[in-house]
Design a protein around this ligand. Structure first.
Ligand SMILES: [Zn+2]
Length: 466
């Protein structure tokens, strides 16, 4: 294709230029120009006269997905399938789905995906595992970041040893058009692109990782996914600052965006669906990073409570819903007297506005002098909790730290706290209570047992005169 096949278009105002310029002449913004293909070169065919209307219309009764539920392709990693979506006994990926796995560099995206690949290729001898790909189901792994030797070394570290080695095909090209050609030839059942930032097409002049290249390559790969009905995973790096090098611009092109996060120094990893055309977006998968790779944590509550510091002031256990699963986690709080005119409120994994509201409620209705104290809070395990069900536990943790008294009993606090200090009910309360009981909690504090936050603090000896 000729060099003139691409054009630079301002993402802000639509002004276009044949050459890249730093500042848009239309709106004067900097670095808003992105390379795109010109309309002419997009092989835009006009509708030919012999095209029949039946070629592109279909009655509802004839839609395959309406006639029967198509089985999803399982990865045989429960925590991963859970995030991909589906109903019980039919979880996993959908044919032709394009799934972006985002996360900071070094968080373990490649490790997780190689593990998924090997798990899918595991042989049928292991009971019900394997065979979903069919006898000769191949998986294509595009190595843009590493060479096949490096990926092979990683696979060697995994626990799985009995899998179809011949059906894992590495593609070493980073030219997206060559990759597509190879995929058409190999006809794999799953494709992994590691990473989308290394892919380029010669039709654009920009370098790998530029917004224009990343977007165009993703569009081409999406095209082939839909045409061949093959699911494709795209690895996408997200830097701390967020938008750089692309994944943000891809969110609307792909079907699902899964984010792998966690404390890089710790061993917990959480896979969360941010967007999912084929499933719920509030499901999370929890993994533990071991030397051999990822280990599914099917009972995260137990894991998080292992870390809970029972009997320490400032710690309280809450029960939140992550998707369909109740999770017991620890809330930590540190309250110290402040020398600042505006005392500090810091929250890790908790919305700042919730801390401010609860501090005000505790001050007004329980006479706790929080106006002169700094409050630091965090959710154990690197979770982000935006659920109001966390309120009561958070309030208790703050009060516990302020008066320097631990919660003496093994108790769980579930409830939203209103502006009048009243405890409000939360959805799925019974399921949360059931989970707490399953884990051996006898004392479960909720709207069922107490009407206000003040009553709770009184009962646990956290109301002091100041
Ligand atoms: Zn502009």
């Amino acid at each position: 294709m000729s060099k003139n096949s691409s054009i630079y278009i301002c993402q802000n105002c639509g002004w276009s230029s044949l050459r890249w310029v730093g500042q848009c002449q239309g709106c004067n913004n900097w670095n808003t120009l992105v390379e795109e293909l010109t309309e002419k070169s997009k092989t835009g065919k006009t509708i030919s006269s012999d095209e029949k209307i039946n070629d592109f219309t279909i009655p509802l009764s004839q839609v395959e997905a309406f006639k029967s539920v198509k089985p999803r392709l399982s990865t045989f990693i429960d925590e991963f399938d859970r995030v991909l979506g589906g109903e019980k006994f039919n979880r996993g990926m959908v044919d032709g789905a394009v799934m972006l796995i985002g996360g900071e560099p070094g968080i373990g995206k490649s490790t997780l995906l190689t593990q998924v690949v090997v798990s899918m290729l595991a042989k049928t001898s292991k009971g019900k595992r394997g065979n979903e790909l069919g006898k000769n189901g191949k998986i294509a792994y595009v190595c843009g970041e590493e060479n096949p030797a490096q990926v092979a070394l990683r696979i060697n570290r995994l626990k799985e040893t009995d899998y179809d080695q011949d059906n894992l095909i590495f593609i070493t090209s980073t030219n997206v058009d060559s990759v597509i050609k190879a995929v058409k030839k190999i006809e794999p059942k799953v494709v992994v692109i590691d990473s989308i930032q290394t892919m380029t097409t010669f039709d654009l002049a920009g370098s790998a990782g530029s917004v224009g290249q990343v977007r165009e390559c993703t569009e081409r790969l999406t095209g082939i996914a839909k045409a061949l009905d093959v699911p494709i995973f795209l690895v996408g790096h997200v830097t701390k600052e967020g938008t750089i090098s692309g994944p943000k611009v891809l969110e609307h092109i792909v079907d699902s965006v899964l984010e792998l996060s966690g404390d890089r120094t710790g061993d917990l990893r959480i896979l969360r669906a941010i967007k999912n055309r084929f499933g719920a977006t509030d499901e999370v998968g929890v993994f533990r990073m071991r030397d051999f790779g990822f280990e599914s944590v099917s009972n995260p509550s137990e894991l998080f409570l292992e870390y809970a510091d029972v009997g320490v002031p400032g710690s309280a256990t809450v029960c939140v819903m992550e998707g369909t699963r109740p999770l017991l986690i620890e809330i930590q709080s540190l309250v110290v007297s402040s020398h600042l005119a505006m005392p500090r409120r810091v929250g890790r994994g908790i919305k700042l506005s919730r801390i401010q509201v609860l501090a005000a409620v505790l001050q007004k209705h329980c006479n706790l002098p929080l106006g002169s104290h700094d409050i630091f809070t965090s959710v154990a395990g690197g979770f982000n909790v935006s659920e109001p069900a966390l309120d009561l536990g958070l309030a208790v943790a703050i009060a516990s730290s302020l008066v320097n008294m631990p919660i003496k009993e093994k108790a769980v606090f579930i409830g939203e706290v209103g502006l009048l200090g009243e405890i409000r009910s939360v959805n799925l309360l019974d399921r949360r209570i059931k989970e707490a009981k399953r884990l051996g909690f006898q004392r479960i504090i909720s709207k069922k047992t107490h009407s206000s936050v003040k009553n709770v603090l009184k009962e646990f000896g956290l109301l002091k005169k100041f």
